[in-house]
Ligand binder design. Structure first.
Ligand code: NAD
Length: 310
């Protein structure tokens, strides 16, 4: 049984060693494809793989077509917009992510970004404190819940909304349940976005929501840049000189935003939310364990294309 670890941006050596140990202890073989130059390299390497582990690597229909033996692909991480789920389903390939493994890293970055913006990007200008302010969390999943707990510990009032959770579930997670997205945005000094990028969410946060935020508010996006309607963001920042935007990673119009709005906007040049040694190792090991558990016990707990295959 051959497990291919294909990472254009490789895991740390400790993570690779841990993955190898899990795979080899299960009696399987680990093949490595790191820092590959072109998508064709991945297409060629998957030809004899039974399982595939990737990070942000693009698992397109072309990759799946070429992977004739493939039974499972695991995205070591939370967001899975790099996997073509329809192609996986069509070929009977189980697709999984490793939810929760990098959540703390992302949540710490979201909190850091809030303070960074409250203190005017660590310049000597008079800033503000986050204690006593209201944080609205959009999507109360693994990252959202952790951001809520950390923010509450820093003295913030925490609200949240999630279309797949009841008000009781949100309250059990330590946040007040917002009645609507409009309610969340219009009553939160900070809104932290944690929705996945899906056809429903792409471009869904735009002018109306952003410009409804209270005076001096900051929008924090550690989800995906695609969920923002960038023209709407720019218009809202233009009309409201008190609003701020901070993101991991930079929107396409970031140079314009920076020229126009200076210290009111900040974005990481490369996605770095999950870039901690701990998250790196956690997600890689979880991916390897999930593959072994799938082959040995048929465990499909984190399957993403479950409904479509039934
Ligand atoms: P998660 O799956 O634990 O939580 C996602 C939440 O979004 C769930 O509670 C779900 O109910 C909700 N949701 C699903 N579809 C939705 C929709 N259409 N509208 C609104 N809410 C919806 O995921 P997570 O670990 O909390 O991560 C959230 C997102 O953060 C990921 O999808 C990914 O895009 C992003 N992320 C970024 C980094 C980074 O490096 N910056 C790292 C990890 C995750």
């Amino acid at each position: 049984m051959k497990i291919l670890l294909a990472t254009q941006k490789p895991f740390a050596a400790a993570a690779v060693a841990g993955i190898r140990q899990i795979v080899e202890e299960a009696g399987y073989e680990l093949a490595l494809l790191e820092k590959y130059a072109a998508q064709e390299d991945l297409v060629a390497a998957v030809a004899d793989a039974d399982a595939l582990i990737v990070r942000s690597d693009k698992v397109t229909s072309e990759v799946i077509d070429a992977a004739v033996k493939l039974r499972i692909v695991v995205r070591a991480g939370a967001g899975f917009d790099n996997l073509d789920l329809d192609a996986c389903t069509k070929h009977g390939v189980v697709a999984m992510n490793t939810p929760g493994q990098n959540s703390n890293a992302v949540a710490e970055l979201a909190v850091a970004m809030m303070i960074f913006m409250a203190r005017t990007q660590f310049t000597p200008a008079t800033g503000s404190e986050i204690q006593g302010k209201t944080l609205g969390i959009q999507a109360f999943g693994n990252v959202g819940r952790l951001v809520g707990r950390k923010a509450a510990a820093l003295g913030m009032k925490v609200k949240a909304i999630d279309p797949f959770l009841t008000a009781e579930q949100i309250e059990a997670g330590g946040a007040v349940s917002a009645s609507s997205l409009e309610d969340l945005y219009s009553t939160s000094d900070y809104v932290s976005i944690h929705i996945p990028a899906t056809p429903e969410t792409v471009g869904s946060i735009g002018y109306n929501l952003i410009s409804s935020m209270p005076k001096g508010a900051t929008l924090i996006n550690t989800a995906r840049k695609e969920v923002i309607d960038e023209a709407g963001l720019e218009k809202a920042l233009e009309e409201r000189p008190d609003l701020k935007y901070v993101a991991d990673v930079a929107p396409d119009n970031f140079v314009t935003l920076q020229e126009k709005f200076g210290l009111r906007v900040f974005a990481t040049p490369k996605k770095m939310g999950a870039q901690t040694a701990e998250a790196n190792v956690n997600a890689g090991l979880a991916a390897a364990r999930q593959i072994v558990d799938f082959f040995k016990n048929g465990n499909t707990r984190f399957q993403l294309n479950l409904r479509k295959m039934q």
